[in-house]
Design a protein around this ligand. Structure first.
Ligand code: 5CA
Ligand code: ZN
Length: 482
């Protein structure tokens, strides 16, 4: 392996990110279709552990997993007017079956509202059939026209978790939106990904939604990335798809719907946010390998050391820890370097002195601190370190995030922050689309929307919108975006 001396996460993030995700074998970017990437075993494991978390959170809140077809017939895809308008420029069409031209074209799902809702209509008859809360984790296709970027803007989204819910009343749907925000907050908290929650301006909402709420994180280059969205669909799709239920009085009513989704951007975020100039740093909860054992071998003492390493390996494995014993015939220094680069949270070194003292040497990846402990204490020490590493990474990430949020009052300041990629600017906003568009134009950045997160910045109610000068209690978050 060649040395990666040039890694510089904050000054050259793009290079850092490309090098890390490809050279630690998360994904292979050489597949011969633009925007399509290959998950390699190390990356696939990381992906699996991340998905385990969101699955658990959804399953524990009454969501059920389903699986719908990838293909959607054109007529069904076109039923909701705004939805088709928003997506028609982005879909892949299937026009042929073998040599025959299809009478009805098919689209590869760019998201599954239309696929699911045509079936929901058949599933729902009475109020007793509601609510429905389902999700699927699938690949979807979007013919993105902006520059593609592995994990961040892809054309085959391989890791699309979409949840869809149906309710009797607007209030129930509104409650579901709150639950979804809570689920995503917990999910990102578990991953130590900092976020700001905002309501997207109308001009930037999901095609077919009444309103959209988004989670944005901040990448090391000062640009924000949308890592999750929650949409209130109102009755828009219910009307287009005739999703009705009979209420208690026997009257037919249109249902109310919500949907919320995340993608492999979440994995891009965990890699980007926690890593450093030595490479990736994985939280123990999602690390493909949690502990690596490196034998420190001196001539004549090989056997004792190897034997001790194998014992430690067995003990940890027995405890359900994802452990790897590196017996490659290369120097320990090379191995240290390699596993640090790959983000393994804990390294155990065992040399002749450790064997003689019945101890191991432990190095944690996040702070590079070194300790020794007896074999008896080892498991407890490791479990405690797992928690400490997780807490430290989360704390570090939030501190960095907060440092890059600026509460300002003038568009000049917003522009300076956005142009120099310093982070997220917060400025009062009346929430009017016209003012939002003017702000966007003047500062040459994106209006993420009205800030909904608590504790990000205080408002007194005496703020004024910089465009129309109306009083407001709302702040807009503005940034350069991915
Ligand atoms: N049906 C709704 C909710 S499931 C939906 O499709 N929403 S979305 O369009 O906002 O997508 C959900 C999330 O997928 C986004 O918040 C974003 O994090 C991610 N995403 C969207 N497009 C891409 C893309 N081209 N590459 C990677 N991730 C993407
Ligand atoms: Zn205004």
């Amino acid at each position: 392996m060649e040395e990666k001396t040039s890694l510089d996460k904050f000054n050259n993030f793009s290079e850092w990110f490309r090098t890390v995700i490809t050279d630690i074998d998360l994904i292979d970017t050489r597949y011969p279709i633009k925007g399509c990437y290959v998950w390699r075993p190390y990356g696939f494991k990381l992906r699996k552990y991340v998905l385990d978390i969101i699955r658990r959170l959804l399953d524990n809140t009454g969501h059920e997993e389903v699986l719908f077809p990838l293909l959607i017939p054109e007529d069904i895809f076109s039923l909701e007017r705004e939805h088709i308008k928003g997506f028609e420029g982005e879909v892949y069409w299937v026009t042929h079956g073998g040599l025959r031209r299809l009478e009805k074209r098919l689209v590869l799902r760019p998201t599954s509202e239309t696929a699911m809702y045509s079936m929901f209509k058949k599933w729902i008859h009475s109020h007793a059939d509601l609510p429905i809360k389902v999700y699927q984790i699938v690949n979807i296709f979007r013919y993105e026209t902006k520059a593609t970027k592995p994990l961040i803007r892809v054309r085959e989204i391989t890791t699309f978790k979409e949840a869809h819910t149906v309710h009797t009343t607007a209030e129930e749907a509104e409650k579901q939106i709150k639950e979804a925000i809570e689920i995503y907050s917990k999910f990102f908290d578990e991953l130590g990904i900092p976020y700001i929650i905002s309501r997207r301006p109308d001009f930037d909402k999901f095609a077919g939604a009444v309103y959209s709420i988004a989670f944005d994180t901040l990448m090391p280059d000062g640009r924000t990335m949308q890592i999750g969205t929650v949409h209130n669909l109102g009755q828009n799709f219910a009307k287009a798809f005739e999703i009705t239920y009979e209420d208690i009085d026997g009257k037919h009513q249109f249902a109310h719907q919500t949907c919320y989704g995340i993608s492999e951007r979440v994995i891009a975020a965990v890699v980007a946010i926690h890593g450093d100039n030595r490479g990736a740093i994985f939280l123990p909860t999602i690390a493909p390998i949690q502990v690596v054992i490196v034998p420190i071998i001196y001539k004549g003492e090989e056997e004792k050391v190897v034997e001790a390493c194998k014992k430690v390996f067995d003990a940890l494995k027995y405890d359900g820890i994802r452990v790897f014993l590196d017996e490659r015939d290369i120097s320990p220094g090379r191995k240290f370097y390699d596993w640090e680069f790959r983000g393994v949270p804990i390294r155990i070194e065992i040399g002749p002195k450790d064997v003689a003292n019945n101890q191991v040497t432990i190095v944690r990846r996040d702070t590079m601190e070194r300790t020794t402990c007896s074999l008896d204490e080892m498991k407890d020490v490791i479990k405690k370190l797992f928690t400490e590493i997780e807490e430290n990474l989360r704390k570090r990430a939030w501190e960095e995030f907060r440092k890059r949020i600026f509460r300002v009052n003038s568009l000049r300041e917003v522009k300076e922050i956005v142009q120099n990629r310093r982070g997220i600017a917060l400025i009062p906003w009346c929430e009017n689309d016209e003012c939002g568009l003017k702000i966007r134009e003047e500062v040459e950045g994106e209006v993420l929307g009205v800030v909904l997160s608590k504790g990000i910045a205080d408002v007194t109610g005496n703020e004024v919108c910089p465009i129309c000068k109306k009083q407001t209690k709302k702040l807009a978050a503005i940034a350069k975006t991915y």
